[in-house]
Design a protein around this ligand. Structure first.
Ligand SMILES: [Zn+2]
Length: 159
């Protein structure tokens, strides 16, 4: 599945199986929030990013309206993925919004401002995937943090 936004010139590709898996993980934690790291790699011209894995946190705190993930064990997992061919690395975050819309909150904005200002993280435009889940449906949206705002992505229409 491919998602595009004309403003950024970067398109996002994700396997439907991975998206379905994240939806299932979200539902397993419903009615609390849950989330994890998005892992992937970029095309050589950097115009396309492939989301290939998600790393789930071993320690976290969550309520219906908040989610905090710890960093325990993440470094080891990230290191293993980095050694793959092609290199897989941290490209963003995903989390669920139980009984709510897949729209970034003020907290999400703050979190991403911190991510891009963090010196250890050398990604300029992290991806945010939000899954708005309830018992019967799931709505999701991809965003790329670009020039301090979230650009919303749309599913590519096949012509
Ligand atoms: Zn959120």
């Amino acid at each position: 599945m491919k998602f595009t936004n004309t403003g950024s010139g970067l398109c996002i590709t994700i396997d439907e199986i991975l998206l379905t898996k994240l939806n299932e993980v979200s539902l397993a934690h419903y009615p609390n929030e849950f989330g994890g790291l998005l892992i992937g790699n970029y095309s050589q011209d950097r115009k396309e990013v492939f989301i290939t894995y998600s790393v789930l946190p071993k320690e976290y705190r969550s309520t219906k309206f908040s989610f905090y993930r710890g960093i325990k064990g993440l470094k080891t997992q990230l290191h293993k993925l980095y050694k793959k061919d092609p290199c897989q690395y941290y490209i963003g975050e995903w989390h669920s919004h139980p009984d709510n819309l897949a729209i970034p909150s003020g907290t999400d904005l703050q979190a991403f401002q911190e991510i891009v200002s963090h010196t250890e993280v050398f990604i300029e435009n992290p991806i945010l995937l939000i899954l708005g889940v309830d018992k019967i449906s799931c709505d999701y949206s991809f965003y790329v943090f670009y020039n301090q705002i979230f650009l919303k992505y749309e599913k590519e229409r096949r012509s």
